[in-house]
Design a protein around this ligand. Structure first.
Ligand code: CA
Length: 237
């Protein structure tokens, strides 16, 4: 087993508005964190993941331009759906998607879900949050630790399906055999520190045990949000 996925409603929410998907053979991994009233968040994150599945099904070779198209298509579809369905007004979603290429992992990212890479015992956050607190950290107004506990930490500055900024960050991150990749929503990173996440990933080679432990830590810390995570070990390189 070199890939595993967990998604959990958590302890405070009634619905799980996160969505996630992976196909190890195709080398595609994605998490989305929906927002909006009632069931709308679920609709938005589900539509983003469906767009990723269609992309993976119709293209054999990873490409940034195909990803850009898929993400912009997802945005248009979610926006149109929200306009046509009053119950979905204002819905939106994050999307962090990673597609395996020969030497790189191609990444498209919008919002505050995250992709991390653990290599040689060092865990690095590959994506950058599109959030208010991230901007305050970069402006040196908040420290990382203050940002994690800030009352407005849930405010994101980019999302798919909403009227504001929806442009994805597009990047290529190099890959090596043995790299361990983590994709997750803020229900994990808001509850468990980077240090604890890294420690957990280094503790065991068993991905299922690591995924179970990360989920348990998020729930033990309060589980205030939906928790979703994907772990994948790159064994080809
Ligand atoms: Ca969330």
């Amino acid at each position: 087993m070199t890939a595993t996925l967990r998604t959990d409603v958590g302890k405070a929410r009634r619905q799980n508005e996160d969505a996630a998907w992976l196909d190890e053979k195709l080398g595609v991994f994605a998490v989305a964190d929906g927002m909006g009233g009632h069931l709308a968040g679920e609709v938005a994150s589900g539509m983003a993941i469906d767009a990723v599945k269609r992309m993976a099904a119709s293209h054999e070779i990873a490409s940034i331009s195909v990803m850009r198209e898929a993400v912009s298509g997802a945005h248009e579809a979610i926006y149109a759906h929200a306009k046509a369905n009053p119950a979905c007004a204002g819905m939106g979603t994050t999307l962090s998607v990673m597609w395996r290429g020969g030497h790189y992992m191609y990444i498209a990212h919008v919002g505050d879900s995250r992709i991390y890479r653990l290599r040689g015992g060092e865990m690095e956050q590959i994506t950058q949050d599109h959030s208010l607190v991230e901007e305050l950290v970069r402006a040196r107004i908040l420290t990382r630790e203050e940002a994690r506990r800030h009352p407005r930490r849930n405010i994101i500055t980019r999302a798919l399906g909403t009227q504001g900024d929806n442009a994805p960050d597009l990047l290529a991150a190099d890959r090596k055999p043995g790299d361990l990749w983590l994709l997750c929503t803020d229900g994990l990173t808001g509850m468990v520190s980077d240090g604890d996440i890294a420690r957990t990933l280094k503790e065991t080679d068993d991905l299922d045990a690591a995924a179970d432990s990360l989920l348990a830590q998020a729930l033990d810390a309060g589980g205030r949000d939906n928790v979703t995570l994907i772990l994948w070990r790159d064994e080809e390189g």
